[in-house]
Design a protein around this ligand. Sequence first.
Ligand code: TTP
Ligand code: MG
Length: 387
Amino acid sequence: MIHCDLDAFYASVEQRDNPELIGKPVIIGGSPQSRGVVSTCSYEARAYGVHSAMPTAQAHRLCPHGVFLPVNMKKYVQASQQVFAIFEDYTPLIEGLSIDEAFLDVAGSHSLFGSSEAIGRMIKERVKNEVGLNISIGISYNKFLAKLATNLGKPNGLFIIRHEETYDIMSPLPVSNLWGVGEKTGRRLNKLGIITIKDLLEFPRQLLLDKLGNAADDLLHLAQGLDHRQVETEREIQSLGRETTFSRDVSDSELLERNLLEFAQEIGKRLRRNGLAAQTVTIKLRFADFQTVTRRRTIEAPTSSDMEIYNVAVELFNKLDLNKTSVRLIGLSVSKLEKNSQRNDTLFTYDEKKETGIDRVMDSINERYGARSITRAGLLIKNENSN
Ligand code: TTP
Ligand code: MG
Protein backbone atom coordinates (compact mmCIF):
# COMPACT_ATOMS: atom_id res chain seq x y z
CA MET A 1 0.00 0.00 0.00
CA ILE A 2 1.29 3.43 -0.91
CA HIS A 3 0.01 6.75 0.41
CA CYS A 4 1.04 9.97 -1.34
CA ASP A 5 0.60 13.57 -0.26
CA LEU A 6 2.11 16.67 -1.84
CA ASP A 7 4.09 18.97 0.45
CA ALA A 8 2.60 22.38 1.28
CA PHE A 9 0.70 21.93 -1.95
CA TYR A 10 -0.74 25.34 -2.92
CA ALA A 11 2.30 27.17 -1.53
CA SER A 12 4.69 24.86 -3.40
CA VAL A 13 2.93 25.53 -6.70
CA GLU A 14 3.41 29.26 -6.13
CA GLN A 15 7.09 28.75 -5.25
CA ARG A 16 7.55 26.58 -8.33
CA ASP A 17 6.10 29.29 -10.56
CA ASN A 18 7.97 32.15 -8.92
CA PRO A 19 11.43 31.09 -7.76
CA GLU A 20 11.81 34.33 -5.81
CA LEU A 21 9.43 32.79 -3.29
CA ILE A 22 11.61 29.76 -2.63
CA GLY A 23 12.85 29.73 0.95
CA LYS A 24 10.33 32.38 2.01
CA PRO A 25 7.30 32.08 4.27
CA VAL A 26 4.50 31.91 1.71
CA ILE A 27 0.95 32.03 3.01
CA ILE A 28 -1.94 31.19 0.71
CA GLY A 29 -5.40 32.48 1.49
CA GLY A 30 -5.85 36.08 0.63
CA SER A 31 -4.65 39.33 2.02
CA PRO A 32 -4.13 39.79 5.76
CA GLN A 33 -6.74 42.58 5.64
CA SER A 34 -9.42 40.16 4.52
CA ARG A 35 -11.37 38.11 6.99
CA GLY A 36 -10.39 34.88 5.30
CA VAL A 37 -8.43 31.91 6.62
CA VAL A 38 -5.14 30.39 5.60
CA SER A 39 -5.52 27.57 3.06
CA THR A 40 -1.96 26.45 3.55
CA CYS A 41 1.53 27.87 3.94
CA SER A 42 5.09 26.93 3.12
CA TYR A 43 7.17 25.09 5.69
CA GLU A 44 9.10 28.33 6.24
CA ALA A 45 5.86 29.95 7.43
CA ARG A 46 5.01 26.94 9.60
CA ALA A 47 8.10 27.71 11.65
CA TYR A 48 6.23 30.81 12.86
CA GLY A 49 3.24 28.77 13.95
CA VAL A 50 1.12 29.55 10.90
CA HIS A 51 -1.14 26.70 9.73
CA SER A 52 -4.17 25.85 7.59
CA ALA A 53 -7.55 27.19 8.75
CA MET A 54 -5.97 29.93 10.88
CA PRO A 55 -7.45 33.41 10.28
CA THR A 56 -5.19 35.26 7.84
CA ALA A 57 -5.04 38.22 10.19
CA GLN A 58 -3.61 36.02 12.93
CA ALA A 59 -1.10 34.57 10.48
CA HIS A 60 -0.04 38.13 9.71
CA ARG A 61 0.56 38.86 13.37
CA LEU A 62 2.70 35.72 13.71
CA CYS A 63 4.58 36.26 10.47
CA PRO A 64 4.38 39.94 9.41
CA HIS A 65 6.99 39.61 6.66
CA GLY A 66 5.23 36.59 5.11
CA VAL A 67 4.26 36.68 1.43
CA PHE A 68 0.46 36.51 1.35
CA LEU A 69 -1.01 35.21 -1.90
CA PRO A 70 -4.55 34.51 -3.09
CA VAL A 71 -5.76 31.01 -3.91
CA ASN A 72 -5.25 30.19 -7.58
CA MET A 73 -7.42 27.11 -7.82
CA LYS A 74 -7.07 26.59 -11.55
CA LYS A 75 -3.34 26.10 -11.24
CA TYR A 76 -3.68 23.69 -8.34
CA VAL A 77 -6.33 21.60 -10.08
CA GLN A 78 -4.11 21.31 -13.11
CA ALA A 79 -1.12 20.23 -11.03
CA SER A 80 -3.30 17.76 -9.15
CA GLN A 81 -4.52 16.22 -12.39
CA GLN A 82 -0.96 15.82 -13.62
CA VAL A 83 0.02 14.09 -10.40
CA PHE A 84 -2.98 11.74 -10.45
CA ALA A 85 -2.21 10.87 -14.08
CA ILE A 86 1.23 9.74 -12.91
CA PHE A 87 -0.40 7.56 -10.22
CA GLU A 88 -2.55 5.97 -12.87
CA ASP A 89 0.50 4.74 -14.72
CA TYR A 90 1.23 2.41 -11.81
CA THR A 91 -2.16 1.09 -10.72
CA PRO A 92 -5.85 1.54 -11.46
CA LEU A 93 -6.63 1.07 -7.76
CA ILE A 94 -6.42 4.66 -6.60
CA GLU A 95 -8.45 6.22 -3.83
CA GLY A 96 -8.15 9.98 -3.97
CA LEU A 97 -8.61 11.50 -0.52
CA SER A 98 -8.23 15.13 -1.47
CA ILE A 99 -6.75 17.35 -4.14
CA ASP A 100 -3.20 16.33 -3.20
CA GLU A 101 -3.53 12.98 -1.47
CA ALA A 102 -4.28 9.39 -2.47
CA PHE A 103 -3.95 5.76 -1.55
CA LEU A 104 -2.54 3.48 -4.23
CA ASP A 105 -2.99 -0.27 -3.98
CA VAL A 106 0.03 -1.56 -5.89
CA ALA A 107 -0.29 -5.23 -4.95
CA GLY A 108 -0.94 -6.11 -8.60
CA SER A 109 1.79 -3.87 -10.01
CA HIS A 110 4.96 -5.54 -8.74
CA SER A 111 5.66 -7.77 -11.72
CA LEU A 112 5.54 -4.74 -14.01
CA PHE A 113 7.18 -2.08 -11.86
CA GLY A 114 9.03 -3.78 -9.00
CA SER A 115 8.65 -3.38 -5.25
CA SER A 116 6.42 -0.84 -3.54
CA GLU A 117 9.56 1.08 -2.65
CA ALA A 118 10.67 1.13 -6.29
CA ILE A 119 7.21 2.33 -7.36
CA GLY A 120 7.25 4.99 -4.63
CA ARG A 121 10.62 6.24 -5.81
CA MET A 122 9.49 6.38 -9.44
CA ILE A 123 6.38 8.35 -8.52
CA LYS A 124 8.41 10.74 -6.39
CA GLU A 125 10.94 11.33 -9.12
CA ARG A 126 8.34 11.79 -11.83
CA VAL A 127 6.25 14.22 -9.77
CA LYS A 128 9.41 16.25 -9.21
CA ASN A 129 10.57 16.14 -12.83
CA GLU A 130 7.25 16.41 -14.60
CA VAL A 131 5.20 18.59 -12.25
CA GLY A 132 7.96 20.33 -10.32
CA LEU A 133 6.63 19.49 -6.85
CA ASN A 134 7.76 17.52 -3.83
CA ILE A 135 5.56 14.63 -2.86
CA SER A 136 5.85 12.65 0.34
CA ILE A 137 5.35 8.93 0.05
CA GLY A 138 4.41 6.48 2.78
CA ILE A 139 4.62 2.74 2.28
CA SER A 140 3.30 -0.01 4.49
CA TYR A 141 1.06 -3.06 4.58
CA ASN A 142 -2.20 -1.23 5.25
CA LYS A 143 -3.85 2.14 4.74
CA PHE A 144 -3.48 3.50 8.25
CA LEU A 145 0.23 2.75 8.45
CA ALA A 146 0.92 4.01 4.92
CA LYS A 147 -0.64 7.36 5.77
CA LEU A 148 1.20 7.46 9.07
CA ALA A 149 4.43 6.74 7.19
CA THR A 150 3.79 9.72 4.91
CA ASN A 151 3.30 11.98 7.91
CA LEU A 152 6.43 10.69 9.62
CA GLY A 153 8.52 11.29 6.49
CA LYS A 154 7.17 14.76 5.69
CA PRO A 155 8.37 16.94 4.08
CA ASN A 156 9.69 15.35 0.91
CA GLY A 157 9.99 11.94 2.51
CA LEU A 158 9.76 8.36 1.44
CA PHE A 159 9.07 6.47 4.62
CA ILE A 160 8.46 2.75 4.97
CA ILE A 161 6.87 0.96 7.92
CA ARG A 162 7.66 -2.75 7.72
CA HIS A 163 5.78 -5.33 9.74
CA GLU A 164 8.56 -5.99 12.19
CA GLU A 165 9.11 -2.26 12.80
CA THR A 166 5.51 -1.34 13.51
CA TYR A 167 5.66 -1.48 17.29
CA ASP A 168 8.98 0.34 17.61
CA ILE A 169 7.87 3.12 15.29
CA MET A 170 4.40 3.53 16.74
CA SER A 171 4.84 3.12 20.48
CA PRO A 172 6.52 6.47 21.24
CA LEU A 173 4.09 8.51 19.06
CA PRO A 174 1.38 10.67 20.66
CA VAL A 175 -2.09 9.10 20.51
CA SER A 176 -3.20 11.95 18.26
CA ASN A 177 -1.62 9.97 15.43
CA LEU A 178 -4.48 7.46 15.60
CA TRP A 179 -7.47 7.97 13.33
CA GLY A 180 -10.40 9.10 15.43
CA VAL A 181 -8.34 10.84 18.09
CA GLY A 182 -9.14 14.48 17.65
CA GLU A 183 -8.78 17.18 20.26
CA LYS A 184 -11.63 15.96 22.42
CA THR A 185 -10.68 12.28 22.60
CA GLY A 186 -7.05 13.32 22.89
CA ARG A 187 -7.84 15.32 26.02
CA ARG A 188 -9.85 12.46 27.53
CA LEU A 189 -7.01 10.02 26.94
CA ASN A 190 -4.42 12.42 28.32
CA LYS A 191 -6.50 12.79 31.48
CA LEU A 192 -6.24 9.03 31.92
CA GLY A 193 -2.48 9.37 31.68
CA ILE A 194 -2.43 8.07 28.12
CA ILE A 195 -0.03 10.21 26.13
CA THR A 196 1.69 7.83 23.74
CA ILE A 197 0.49 4.84 21.78
CA LYS A 198 2.52 2.66 24.13
CA ASP A 199 0.54 4.08 27.08
CA LEU A 200 -2.67 3.17 25.28
CA LEU A 201 -1.57 -0.39 24.59
CA GLU A 202 -0.59 -0.88 28.21
CA PHE A 203 -3.79 0.60 29.64
CA PRO A 204 -6.26 -1.97 31.05
CA ARG A 205 -8.68 -2.72 28.23
CA GLN A 206 -11.78 -3.01 30.41
CA LEU A 207 -11.13 0.39 31.93
CA LEU A 208 -10.72 1.87 28.48
CA LEU A 209 -13.99 0.27 27.35
CA ASP A 210 -15.73 1.79 30.38
CA LYS A 211 -14.38 5.22 29.53
CA LEU A 212 -14.70 5.26 25.75
CA GLY A 213 -17.29 2.63 24.87
CA ASN A 214 -16.97 0.85 21.54
CA ALA A 215 -14.45 3.34 20.23
CA ALA A 216 -11.92 1.76 22.60
CA ASP A 217 -11.53 -1.38 20.54
CA ASP A 218 -11.15 0.55 17.31
CA LEU A 219 -8.39 2.58 18.90
CA LEU A 220 -6.63 -0.49 20.28
CA HIS A 221 -6.77 -2.05 16.83
CA LEU A 222 -5.13 0.93 15.22
CA ALA A 223 -2.63 1.20 18.05
CA GLN A 224 -1.45 -2.29 17.13
CA GLY A 225 -1.11 -1.21 13.53
CA LEU A 226 -4.14 -3.23 12.44
CA ASP A 227 -6.37 -1.83 9.71
CA HIS A 228 -8.42 -3.90 7.33
CA ARG A 229 -9.78 -1.10 5.21
CA GLN A 230 -9.18 -1.65 1.53
CA VAL A 231 -8.60 0.67 -1.37
CA GLU A 232 -11.98 0.14 -3.04
CA THR A 233 -10.97 -3.42 -3.78
CA GLU A 234 -14.26 -4.24 -5.48
CA ARG A 235 -13.13 -4.18 -9.06
CA GLU A 236 -16.75 -3.63 -10.10
CA ILE A 237 -16.84 -0.20 -8.57
CA GLN A 238 -13.43 0.73 -9.87
CA SER A 239 -13.32 2.71 -13.02
CA LEU A 240 -10.90 4.36 -15.37
CA GLY A 241 -11.88 7.43 -17.26
CA ARG A 242 -11.10 10.72 -18.89
CA GLU A 243 -13.13 13.80 -19.47
CA THR A 244 -12.60 17.24 -20.85
CA THR A 245 -14.34 20.57 -20.47
CA PHE A 246 -14.26 22.61 -23.64
CA SER A 247 -13.18 26.22 -23.61
CA ARG A 248 -16.16 26.92 -25.87
CA ASP A 249 -19.34 24.82 -26.02
CA VAL A 250 -19.25 22.33 -28.89
CA SER A 251 -22.05 21.09 -31.10
CA ASP A 252 -19.91 19.41 -33.78
CA SER A 253 -20.56 15.72 -33.24
CA GLU A 254 -17.51 14.70 -35.27
CA LEU A 255 -15.31 16.61 -32.88
CA LEU A 256 -17.06 15.02 -29.93
CA GLU A 257 -16.51 11.57 -31.42
CA ARG A 258 -12.83 12.33 -31.90
CA ASN A 259 -12.63 13.13 -28.21
CA LEU A 260 -14.23 9.79 -27.43
CA LEU A 261 -11.65 8.06 -29.64
CA GLU A 262 -8.80 9.81 -27.91
CA PHE A 263 -10.21 8.86 -24.50
CA ALA A 264 -10.78 5.25 -25.61
CA GLN A 265 -7.15 5.02 -26.71
CA GLU A 266 -5.90 6.32 -23.43
CA ILE A 267 -8.20 4.13 -21.37
CA GLY A 268 -7.32 1.05 -23.44
CA LYS A 269 -3.65 1.74 -22.91
CA ARG A 270 -4.07 2.06 -19.18
CA LEU A 271 -6.10 -1.14 -19.05
CA ARG A 272 -3.48 -3.08 -20.97
CA ARG A 273 -0.65 -1.62 -18.98
CA ASN A 274 -2.32 -2.83 -15.81
CA GLY A 275 -3.36 -6.18 -17.22
CA LEU A 276 -7.04 -5.31 -16.84
CA ALA A 277 -10.15 -5.58 -18.96
CA ALA A 278 -13.41 -3.68 -18.55
CA GLN A 279 -16.97 -4.73 -19.15
CA THR A 280 -18.96 -1.52 -18.71
CA VAL A 281 -18.54 1.57 -20.85
CA THR A 282 -20.00 4.90 -19.72
CA ILE A 283 -20.18 8.22 -21.49
CA LYS A 284 -20.97 11.47 -19.77
CA LEU A 285 -22.03 14.74 -21.33
CA ARG A 286 -22.70 18.07 -19.76
CA PHE A 287 -24.70 20.46 -21.88
CA ALA A 288 -24.48 24.21 -22.14
CA ASP A 289 -27.26 24.52 -19.55
CA PHE A 290 -25.23 22.34 -17.14
CA GLN A 291 -27.65 19.44 -17.42
CA THR A 292 -25.54 16.29 -17.20
CA VAL A 293 -26.39 12.90 -18.67
CA THR A 294 -24.62 9.57 -18.47
CA ARG A 295 -25.27 6.51 -20.60
CA ARG A 296 -23.71 3.13 -20.01
CA ARG A 297 -23.66 -0.33 -21.50
CA THR A 298 -22.24 -3.56 -20.19
CA ILE A 299 -20.86 -5.71 -22.94
CA GLU A 300 -20.75 -9.48 -23.10
CA ALA A 301 -17.09 -9.99 -22.25
CA PRO A 302 -14.50 -7.69 -20.69
CA THR A 303 -12.24 -5.95 -23.16
CA SER A 304 -9.10 -3.86 -23.24
CA SER A 305 -9.43 -2.97 -26.92
CA ASP A 306 -9.49 0.75 -27.77
CA MET A 307 -11.77 0.18 -30.72
CA GLU A 308 -14.25 -1.94 -28.85
CA ILE A 309 -14.51 0.66 -26.08
CA TYR A 310 -14.76 3.40 -28.69
CA ASN A 311 -17.47 1.60 -30.67
CA VAL A 312 -19.66 1.17 -27.61
CA ALA A 313 -19.07 4.81 -26.65
CA VAL A 314 -20.07 6.07 -30.10
CA GLU A 315 -23.12 3.86 -30.14
CA LEU A 316 -24.23 5.36 -26.82
CA PHE A 317 -23.38 8.82 -28.07
CA ASN A 318 -25.40 8.44 -31.26
CA LYS A 319 -28.48 7.48 -29.30
CA LEU A 320 -28.47 10.86 -27.58
CA ASP A 321 -30.46 13.64 -29.11
CA LEU A 322 -27.97 16.46 -29.51
CA ASN A 323 -29.99 18.57 -31.89
CA LYS A 324 -31.00 21.27 -29.53
CA THR A 325 -27.97 21.82 -27.44
CA SER A 326 -24.23 22.12 -27.36
CA VAL A 327 -21.83 20.34 -25.09
CA ARG A 328 -19.48 21.81 -22.51
CA LEU A 329 -18.02 18.58 -21.15
CA ILE A 330 -17.57 15.10 -22.54
CA GLY A 331 -16.23 12.09 -20.68
CA LEU A 332 -15.67 8.41 -21.18
CA SER A 333 -15.02 5.83 -18.52
CA VAL A 334 -14.95 2.08 -18.13
CA SER A 335 -15.82 0.05 -15.08
CA LYS A 336 -16.45 -3.52 -13.97
CA LEU A 337 -12.76 -4.14 -14.26
CA GLU A 338 -11.11 -7.49 -13.93
CA LYS A 339 -7.76 -9.09 -14.46
CA ASN A 340 -7.32 -9.82 -18.13
CA SER A 341 -6.45 -13.51 -17.76
CA GLN A 342 -5.18 -15.57 -20.69
CA ARG A 343 -8.07 -17.92 -20.04
CA ASN A 344 -10.39 -15.28 -21.40
CA ASP A 345 -8.73 -15.43 -24.77
CA THR A 346 -11.01 -18.21 -25.88
CA LEU A 347 -13.91 -15.83 -25.42
CA PHE A 348 -12.56 -13.35 -27.92
CA THR A 349 -13.51 -13.62 -31.52
CA TYR A 350 -10.67 -13.54 -33.97
CA ASP A 351 -11.16 -9.90 -34.83
CA GLU A 352 -11.21 -8.74 -31.27
CA LYS A 353 -7.98 -10.55 -30.62
CA LYS A 354 -6.39 -8.92 -33.63
CA GLU A 355 -7.59 -5.52 -32.51
CA THR A 356 -5.99 -5.92 -29.10
CA GLY A 357 -2.81 -7.06 -30.84
CA ILE A 358 -2.71 -3.82 -32.85
CA ASP A 359 -3.28 -1.84 -29.67
CA ARG A 360 -0.33 -3.57 -28.02
CA VAL A 361 2.00 -2.82 -30.93
CA MET A 362 0.88 0.82 -30.87
CA ASP A 363 1.50 0.97 -27.15
CA SER A 364 5.02 -0.36 -27.42
CA ILE A 365 5.95 2.00 -30.25
CA ASN A 366 4.45 4.94 -28.43
CA GLU A 367 6.28 3.95 -25.30
CA ARG A 368 9.59 3.85 -27.09
CA TYR A 369 9.22 6.91 -29.27
CA GLY A 370 6.93 9.05 -27.19
CA ALA A 371 3.18 9.23 -26.89
CA ARG A 372 1.42 10.20 -30.13
CA SER A 373 4.10 8.91 -32.51
CA ILE A 374 1.47 6.50 -33.74
CA THR A 375 -2.15 7.37 -33.57
CA ARG A 376 -5.29 6.33 -35.29
CA ALA A 377 -6.32 8.27 -38.37
CA GLY A 378 -9.38 9.69 -36.62
CA LEU A 379 -7.15 11.53 -34.18
CA LEU A 380 -4.95 13.22 -36.73
CA ILE A 381 -7.31 16.09 -37.34
CA LYS A 382 -6.24 18.75 -34.91
CA ASN A 383 -8.46 18.87 -31.89
CA GLU A 384 -8.36 22.60 -31.50
CA ASN A 385 -11.55 23.15 -29.57
CA SER A 386 -10.65 21.16 -26.53
CA ASN A 387 -8.34 22.27 -23.82
P1 TTP B 1 -2.78 19.25 3.00
O1 TTP B 1 -2.19 18.07 2.29
O2 TTP B 1 -3.47 19.00 4.30
O3 TTP B 1 -1.65 20.33 3.30
P2 TTP B 1 -0.42 20.78 2.41
O4 TTP B 1 -0.29 19.95 1.19
O5 TTP B 1 -0.52 22.24 2.18
O6 TTP B 1 0.82 20.53 3.39
P3 TTP B 1 1.42 19.14 3.87
O7 TTP B 1 0.65 18.05 3.21
O8 TTP B 1 2.85 19.17 3.45
O9 TTP B 1 1.27 19.16 5.35
O10 TTP B 1 -3.81 19.96 2.07
C1 TTP B 1 -3.62 20.07 0.67
C2 TTP B 1 -4.10 21.41 0.17
O11 TTP B 1 -5.48 21.58 0.49
C3 TTP B 1 -3.38 22.58 0.79
O12 TTP B 1 -2.19 22.90 0.08
C4 TTP B 1 -4.41 23.65 0.72
C5 TTP B 1 -5.75 22.94 0.81
N1 TTP B 1 -6.31 23.07 2.16
C6 TTP B 1 -7.20 24.12 2.41
O13 TTP B 1 -7.54 24.87 1.50
N2 TTP B 1 -7.69 24.27 3.68
C7 TTP B 1 -7.33 23.46 4.71
O14 TTP B 1 -7.79 23.64 5.86
C8 TTP B 1 -6.41 22.38 4.45
C9 TTP B 1 -5.98 21.46 5.56
C10 TTP B 1 -5.94 22.24 3.16
MG1 MG C 1 -0.34 17.89 1.29
